[in-house]
Design a protein around this ligand. Structure first.
Ligand SMILES: NC(=O)c1ccc[n+]([C@@H]2O[C@H](COP(=O)([O-])OP(=O)(O)OC[C@H]3O[C@@H](n4cnc5c(N)ncnc54)[C@H](O)[C@@H]3O)[C@@H](O)[C@H]2O)c1
Length: 288
């Protein structure tokens, strides 16, 4: 099943990045969102990312021109009817994703592959609404998509080998390193990362070391590019807590969220987006 046309559904943080690597990988790319202002923002973001790529010598101006020529936007999902592969990047809500998979199943050709960029939800549940569960798969990209090398391919209960092979090839053409994982809560990356981050909070709460020293130790001693607190401040403490709650519910006691993490979330210390998480990002108040 050759893939030539890719439709990306949802043009938020992830969708716009996926559309960027798709167009650059040589695919005719349709980027769809229900909000026209998001589409305009996403197009400007993609152009900006291409310009930055040229300045940094990552892509040539000629490649950018042809990639932009392969990219178009759409305001309704039905406009993606001629796609060979749909990559859904709408919000992390199982009801919404099941509804979208039901729609894709109706308006696309019977051989179109239906992929989701979910970071945690069940592909099998989305596939169950369709007449083609063997063509349903998870394609878990990482943020920011143009820079992050990994693509986790997630095999649902009925995903076929041919679907996985086709998506692996797409990932490689998008410049990614691909790993395959059987559907399971948190896949590989979110599961390991949640445990490291939770343990760091447990150590902080016990007064074993300061946040700065825990971050420094993991960066310099274990070669992590970011410390666990720097990372959770970027991801959002609320997002991390909801992942841990889900892993705790599905995988057991080992994933029980640290009380300190919960306390920070209750206090509104959600990370960089709130101005304060484990660290404080607010401007110091001018002295009067
Ligand atoms: N943000 C991350 O770091 C990250 C990383 C990996 C995976 N993910 C996953 O990617 C998906 C998208 O996350 P995001 O951070 O890009 O979210 P986002 O909120 O930035 O973007 C979602 C977009 O979907 C649009 N949308 C909502 N309903 C829609 C519909 N019915 N049809 C089409 N578009 C619709 C919204 O207008 C919005 O622009 C989620 O499943 C998330 O779990 C996110």
């Amino acid at each position: 099943m050759p893939v030539n046309i890719i439709a990306v559904i949802g043009a938020g943080t992830m969708g716009r990045g996926i559309a960027y690597v798709s167009a650059l990988g040589g695919y005719d790319t349709i980027l769809e969102d229900v909000r026209p202002e998001v589409l305009a923002e996403a197009t400007a973001w993609i152009r900006g990312a291409f310009e930055e790529g040229v300045v940094r010598g990552k892509v040539s101006a000629a490649d950018v021109q042809s990639a932009l020529g392969r990219l178009r936007t759409a305001a309704r999902v039905e406009e993606a009817s001629d796609a060979d592969l749909i990559i859904e990047a709408a919000p992390e809500d199982i009801e919404l994703k099941i509804e979208l998979f039901g729609m894709f199943d109706k308006f696309t050709r019977a051989e179109t592959i239906l992929a989701t960029n979910t970071s945690s939800l069940s592909i099998t549940e989305m596939a169950a609404i369709t007449q083609r569960p063997e063509l349903c798969v998870g394609m878990h990209f990482f943020n920011p998509v143009p820079k992050m090398k990994l693509l986790e391919l997630v095999r649902g209960l009925e995903t076929s080998d041919a679907t996985l092979a086709a998506c692996r090839e797409v990932g490689v053409r998008m410049g990614k390193e691909v790993v395959t994982v059987r559907e399971s809560p948190g896949f590989i990356t979110s599961r390991v990362n949640a445990l490291i981050g939770n343990e760091a909070f447990t150590m902080l709460e016990a007064g074993i070391a300061s946040a700065e020293d825990i971050d420094k130790a993991l960066k310099l001693g274990l070669n992590h590019p970011m410390g666990p607190f720097e990372l959770v401040d970027l991801v959002g403490l609320d997002v991390r807590l909801s992942i841990l709650e889900y892993l705790h519910r599905t995988l057991g006691e080992k994933y029980r969220p640290s009380p300190l993490l919960r306390q920070y979330v209750n206090a509104g210390r959600l990370g960089r987006k709130a101005g304060r998480g484990v660290y404080d990002y607010r401007e110091p108040k001018p002295k009067s």
